[in-house]
Design a protein around this ligand. Structure first.
Ligand SMILES: Nc1ncnc2c1ncn2[C@@H]1O[C@H](COP(=O)(O)OP(=O)(O)OP(=O)(O)O)[C@@H](O)[C@H]1O
Length: 622
């Protein structure tokens, strides 16, 4: 039997054999099916399991009072016009709970048979691909028809949903219309999109009105001799006392937590309610001024009552904070994460942050640079080998990276560089969640979080046929973009302070150098910035850098930007070497010179294994 665009045959092949001809399915549905498979959603069920009732449901409705207040009249209006068309209209909260449901009686009864009722949580994780849950993840409107649903229980249904977002793109809820599949109407999606848009506009007007009221209330609340701010519900500042306004030039709509950078700490926080409608609209926050600036290597970010550890400098740019919010969202799940962004932007640090904030945090974090391992060594590096597996194998065998990372996280950097045969082997390990060392007979079960990264466009590689599509969907479950330093220039002063503190170099960078640094394009991103600082520190002999050093730093012109002479190599390859790496490179060149270019002898001379020597040759492009 065929419903909508997908035949049951395609669905069956995917759920039973994992085989999918993606050209037969729309992209969003394909991606969602892979997500469901990875999450272990049961394709043969799909009946609602988590249903809130009584007090718990009332509490949830209270939490979403504003959404309900704005959206209910639209839900009712829509229902008035689609009554008798065998449909139900639903309003859903950001966590996927159905807050209200209006519909034709016979359809409500049918919905009850799969527990599609008020209070149920209707997310991808609970019931598989469906318009509501999938719209919540992709933040786009979507229609899901018949067998496009991942789980069997919804195969008789067609659903169209549109997310309701605030001005910053945060999902506030979802509006959805569902019908038995034989009553599918192609224009339903247009209707839900229009309703979502109308709700968003009204939401915006209400927020503006609440903001005006907060400003009015602040006339009475703000006292000139006490530092304090008035904020909206998201703790963004709408009004501030005179001293805060003077000390913090960009205070307007800044998050209260960011005031820490200006030495203001939160002392007390009182909720404020509207005199017009009585709902909670914001906070009055008393501050205290600290003598010392708060600067930590490990920052705790408090956002919407979830705490999150980041082992580096966060800065204040929206671009990077957006990335951190994604990290925070995905860290506690099991989803495979793919991190992409230019070289040196901090992809490995992001991977570490995910590990440290996940359930695997007590296990190992094993990073593997797939681009640095020669093709023929890759399999033994990743999967290990047993004693006597091949000529030249170590006596006691070798534990592979997957096994080393068991119960923790494996970070496969430069995943785009692995060979086609390795892609097949990796896919097998990911599918079966076990690894068999070369020459071994026993498979080792894996309980592991997999994070991958690349500076290349993996999607393009799939289109070009150089990266397997099935492996791509396994790895690309939750992509995270790390912005380049050019996109977050306001973070540069924070990163400089971070570097100085970490290297016990308590100096002020002269304005003239700071300006040059901020002006520069940073093709090698944070790695290049730290490299430049390291040079600056060495040239200054550990003292405060002299402004005249600016001329020594920027002497040659390469391409469109000026770079220092010692930076020519990385400007060309877009990947700067650290000071240690440069020493290592020099040692290798000297050893090769001494041995007349004989690699084995050079490796012996340096007292390192030949495989390491070859890896370094490749790394330094010698
Ligand atoms: N937010 C940050 N705070 C402090 N240090 C950072 C930050 N981001 C990156 N770094 C530092 O910059 C350097 C490069 O970072 P990292 O190796 O994570 O980048 P990458 O994107 O993985 O690079 P590649 O693509 O070349 O592997 C490292 O020394 C790292 O510690």
């Amino acid at each position: 039997m065929t419903f909508g665009t997908v035949s049951q045959h395609i669905w069956k092949r995917f759920v039973h054999e994992g085989v999918l001809d993606a050209s037969r399915l729309q992209k969003r549905i394909t991606e969602s099916w892979f997500r469901c498979k990875n999450e272990g959603v049961n394709p043969h069920s799909g009946v609602g399991k988590k249903v809130l009732t009584g007090d718990t449901f009332d509490r949830r409705k209270k939490q979403n009072a504003l959404l309900l207040d704005i959206a209910i009249p639209y839900v009712e209006k829509l229902f008035e016009y689609i009554k008798g068309s065998h449909s139900v209209v639903l309003l859903i909260d950001p966590q996927g709970y159905v807050l209200t449901m209006k519909g034709d009686q016979e359809v409500l009864r049918l919905a009850q048979t799969i527990n599609f009722v008020e209070g149920v949580q209707w997310t991808e994780e609970e019931v598989g691909t469906n318009a509501i849950g999938t719209a919540l993840i992709i933040k786009e409107p979507i229609t899901v028809v018949g067998s496009e649903h991942y789980s069997l229980a919804s195969h008789q249904w067609t659903c169209s949903a549109a997310p309701i977002c605030d001005e910053e793109g945060v999902v506030m809820g979802v509006i959805n219309v569902s019908s038995p599949v034989q009553h599918h109407h192609p224009l339903t999606l247009a209707a839900v999109v229009s309703i979502a848009y109308a709700i968003e506009r009204e939401w915006k007007i209400r927020e503006q009105n609440d903001r005006l009221e907060l400003i009015q209330q602040s006339f009475d609340l703000l006292q000139t001799n006490i530092p304090m701010v008035i904020c909206n519900r998201k703790k963004q500042i709408v009004s501030a006392s005179q001293d805060v306004r003077t000390e913090v030039p960009q205070w307007e709509m800044m998050k209260v937590s960011e005031l820490q950078e200006f030495r203001y700490m939160e002392r007390s926080c009182t909720p404020l309610y509207s005199h017009r409608h009585g709902r909670h609209i914001g906070y009055c926050i008393h501050l205290k001024y600290s003598k010392h600036k708060v600067l930590t290597h490990t920052k705790k970010i408090k956002e919407s009552s979830v705490s999150f550890i980041f082992p580096g400098e966060t800065g204040t740019s929206e671009a990077f904070l957006r990335t951190l919010r994604e990290v925070e969202r995905v860290a506690h799940t099991d989803a495979n994460v793919h991190i992409y962004g230019e070289s040196g932007t901090g992809k490995e640090l992001i991977a570490r942050a995910i590990h440290q904030n996940s359930a695997y945090k007590d296990g190992p974090f094993v990073a593997v640079n797939c681009g640095a391992i020669p093709c023929d060594l890759m399999e033994s590096e990743l999967f290990g080998y047993v004693e006597g597996a091949f000529t030249g194998a170590r006596r006691q065998g070798h534990q592979g990276k997957f096994e080393q990372a068991n119960n923790g996280t494996i970070f496969l950097d430069e995943i785009g560089e692995i060979s086609p045969s390795m892609q097949v082997a990796l896919l097998r390990v990911l599918q079966e969640r076990e690894v068999t060392p070369i020459g071994g007979k026993k498979a080792i079960p894996l309980n592991i979080r997999v994070i991958t990264a690349t500076h290349r466009d993996l999607r393009q590689m799939v289109q070009d046929g150089t990266f397997r599509e099935d492996l791509f969907y396994r790895l690309y479950v939750f992509p995270i973009y790390v912005p380049s330093l050019r996109e977050r220039k306001e973070d540069i002063p924070y990163l400089i302070r971070y570097y100085c503190k970490k290297n016990h170099w308590p100096v002020e960078i002269p304005d003239v150098i700071m300006e040059k640094i901020i002006d520069y394009d940073w093709p090698g991103n944070i790695r290049e910035l730290f490299n430049v600082l390291e040079r600056l520190r060495i040239l200054s002999g550990g003292n405060a850098p002299d402004p005249s050093l600016v001329h020594h730093l920027f002497v040659h012109r390469v391409g469109r930007t000026s770079v220092a002479s010692w930076d020519l190599s990385f400007a060309e390859h877009h990947k700067p070497l650290t000071y240690r790496e440069e020493l290592q490179k020099r040692e290798i060149i000297q050893a090769l010179e001494k041995t007349g270019g004989n690699a084995s002898l050079a490796a012996k001379l340096l007292n390192i294994p030949r495989s390491t020597f070859y890896r370094r040759l490749q790394k330094y492009q010698l």
